[in-house]
Design a binder for this molecule. Structure first.
Ligand code: SF4
Length: 270
C-alpha cells in the first residue's frame, strides 16, 4: 500500500506512525513531529474549567415530535428538527445540531450528542475533537466538505464524502448522558437521515452512539473489529475523537477500525 504525502501528514497528525521504505524516510521525517491534537491535555496541567456565561434559556413549551418523519424529505426533516420540542432538551439548547456533509455520501459518521461548542455553532464535531475526526477521515481520503483532489482523478464522488450526525440533535445540559426517553424521541430523525443518505457504511463513534445504534450494553472493546447493522447498513464501531484526545494509545485501535471500514467498502465494490 502506498501513501500520499497528504495522507502521511494526516496519519502523523492523528498519532499513527507508518513504516516507510528507506528512500521515503527523509520526506516523512523532515517535518518535526507535531504533538497529537489534544495531547497537551494529557501531559500538561489540567486547564481551568471555564464556566460559560449562562443566560437563562427562554422556556420552550414541550410538544409532540412532528408526525410523518419517516416520509420527510431533507427540507422537511431539517425544519422538523429545528422546531422540535419533543423532549426536555429543547428547553436548554441554543441550537439544534442537524448534521453536516454530503447528502449523497457513501460514508456516515454517527456520534452521540452535541457538546457545548456544537450547541453554540449548530454543527457536529467541532473544536479539537472535530479537528481530530477530520484528520482521521482525511487519512483515508474522506472529507465532510469538498475532498481534496487526487492527482490524475476527476472530482471526488460520493465514495469520498461523509455525512456526520449525532444520535441526539440537542445538547444534554452539562454534557450529561442522554436519557432513554430523549433517545427514543430523537432516534426517528437519525433513522430518516440514514434512509435519505443511504450510506454504504456507518462509523459509530463513542460508547453512547454505539450502544444506542446497536441496542446493546456491550462495551466498545467487545464490539470492535467486526461489522454490525443499523437500518440495514453495515456499522463499524470505534472510539469517539474526544475520548481519543485523552487516551492516546487507543488511537492505534481507532486507526485499525478505520482500515476495517475501508476494507469493507473496497470489498463491497469488487
Ligand atoms: S433532542 Fe431530539 S427529540 Fe429532543 S428536542 Fe432535540 S430534536 Fe427534539
Amino acid at each position: 500500500m502506498s501513501w500520499t504525502e497528504r495522507q502521511q501528514a494526516m496519519l502523523q497528525e492523528i498519532g499513527i506512525r507508518l513504516w516507510l521504505p528507506p528512500e521515503a524516510q527523509p520526506a516523512a521525517d523532515a517535518a518535526p513531529a507535531r504533538p497529537a491534537p489534544g495531547s497537551e491535555q494529557v501531559a500538561g496541567p489540567a486547564a481551568p474549567r471555564l464556566e460559560p456565561s449562562v443566560q437563562p434559556a427562554p422556556m420552550v413549551a414541550r410538544g409532540a415530535r412532528p408526525t410523518g418523519v419517516e416520509q420527510m424529505d431533507w427540507p422537511a426533516l431539517r425544519e422538523a428538527v429545528a422546531g422540535c420540542t419533543a423532549c426536555k432538551l429543547c428547553q436548554s439548547r441554543k441550537n439544534t445540531v442537524f448534521g453536516v456533509g454530503s447528502e449523497e455520501a457513501h460514508w456516515m459518521v454517527v456520534g452521540e450528542a452535541p457538546g457545548e461548542q456544537e450547541d453554540r455553532q449548530g454543527e457536529p464535531f467541532v473544536g479539537k475533537a472535530g479537528q481530530l475526526l477530520d484528520n482521521m477521515l482525511a487519512a483515508i481520503g474522506l472529507s465532510r466538505g469538498e475532498p481534496p483532489p487526487v492527482p490524475g482523478e476527476g472530482p471526488a464522488g460520493p465514495e469520498r464524502r461523509v455525512f456526520i450526525a449525532n444520535v441526539l440533535k440537542c445538547r444534554p445540559p452539562g454534557n450529561r448522558n442522554p436519557e432513554p426517553e430523549e433517545v427514543a424521541q430523537c432516534e426517528p430523525f437519525l433513522r430518516r437521515q440514514v434512509e435519505l443518505v443511504k450510506p454504504r457504511i456507518i462509523l459509530a463513534m463513542g460508547r453512547f452512539a454505539v450502544q444506542s445504534l446497536l441496542q446493546t450494553t456491550e462495551p466498545i472493546g467487545r464490539l470492535r473489529g467486526k461489522p454490525h447493522r443499523y437500518a440495514g447498513v453495515p456499522v463499524i464501531v470505534t472510539y469517539h475523537p474526544a475520548y481519543l484526545l485523552r487516551n492516546l494509545p487507543d488511537k492505534a485501535r481507532a486507526w485499525e477500525d478505520l482500515c476495517l471500514a475501508r476494507e469493507l467498502m473496497r470489498a463491497s465494490r469488487d
